[in-house]
Write a protein that binds this ligand. Structure first.
Ligand SMILES: C/C1=C2N=C(/C=C3N=C(/C(C)=C4\N[C@@](C)([C@@H]5N=C1[C@](C)(CCC(=O)O)[C@H]5CC(=O)O)[C@@](C)(CC(=O)O)[C@@H]4CCC(=O)O)[C@@](C)(CC(=O)O)[C@@H]\3CCC(=O)O)C(C)(C)[C@@H]/2CCC(=O)O
Length: 208
């Protein structure tokens, strides 16, 4: 028999205690720290906190929007799948338009990725929505272009695409953007769909 922890609640408890002991959460506002714990939990990197950038109202505005029934717009299905439906305070719609049948042709016509083209289909739902980008840098760049062109403003953007091409740049562009969208970002190459979903799950629920 291998000796390992089998109690789910105990695993979570020990995990969160380890994160709180190892991560430098003190420099974060309390609401951001609560979300950061879950983001770290999703990736196992306690130094993730060193790369967090946030705007002052990002977590509060995202939470308020969810309570008011706002949809959650996700760049990829992996983010949408990671959102725990039972945590959502208003049975919020979780939307990923990436696999809409219109997207491949739209991407060809626009000369861009499917991830970016899929953003066009967000337009009817974008006003006041909570946006979660965990994978595709081109989605985040395209969102900023759409805002510059006068698209409706989301309540907040969780911007954590991962990777080497455009990831760091797209997140910095969000943080520095003149539109001052409320944002929570992991700067640099780190990020990913699991971190994006974990951030939404933390914002959606009041308890840990
Ligand atoms: C360049 C892309 C990157 N994808 C990365 C990492 C992962 N992607 C996975 C999967 C299954 C998907 N990625 C797509 C979004 C696909 N990935 C791209 C694109 C080519 C362009 C996006 C961009 O640069 O902004 C993108 C296709 C597109 O035309 O938009 C995906 C749609 C591809 C597909 O299966 O058709 C798909 C999303 C599926 C979904 O809806 O959930 C991985 C699981 C990789 C794998 O399969 O091995 C992984 C997941 C990472 C995560 O945590 O989300 C990068 C590294 C992010 C990279 C962008 C940056 C770079 O440096 O290249």
């Amino acid at each position: 028999m291998i000796d390992y922890e089998k109690d789910g609640a105990a695993i979570y408890r020990q995990s969160f205690a380890t994160i709180r002991a190892e991560a430098d959460l003190d420099r974060l506002p309390a609401d951001v720290a609560r979300v950061a714990v879950r983001m770290i939990h999703a990736c196992g990197m306690t130094d993730l906190v060193d790369d967090l950038l946030w705007s002052p109202n990002a977590v509060a505005d995202a939470r308020r929007a969810l309570l008011a029934g706002a949809p959650i717009l996700c760049d990829v299905n992996m983010v949408a799948s990671g959102v725990t439906r039972k945590r959502l305070p208003a049975d919020n719609e979780v939307v990923c338009t990436l696999t809409d049948p219109a997207v491949p042709e739209l991407a060809r016509a626009l000369g861009t990725t499917r991830s970016a083209a899929a953003m066009e289909l967000w337009l009817p739902r974008l006003e006041g929505a909570v946006v979660a980008v965990g994978n595709a840098p081109t989605s985040l760049f395209r969102l900023l272009e759409m805002i510059e062109a006068g698209a409706p403003r989301p309540a907040a953007v969780i911007g954590v695409p991962v990777g080497f091409i455009g990831a760091a740049e797209s997140k910095q562009a969000l943080a520095d953007h003149p539109s001052a969208l409320e944002h929570l970002v992991v700067r640099g190459r780190r990020g990913g769909s699991a971190i994006a979903a974990a951030a939404i799950n933390a914002i959606a629920s009041e308890e840990e």
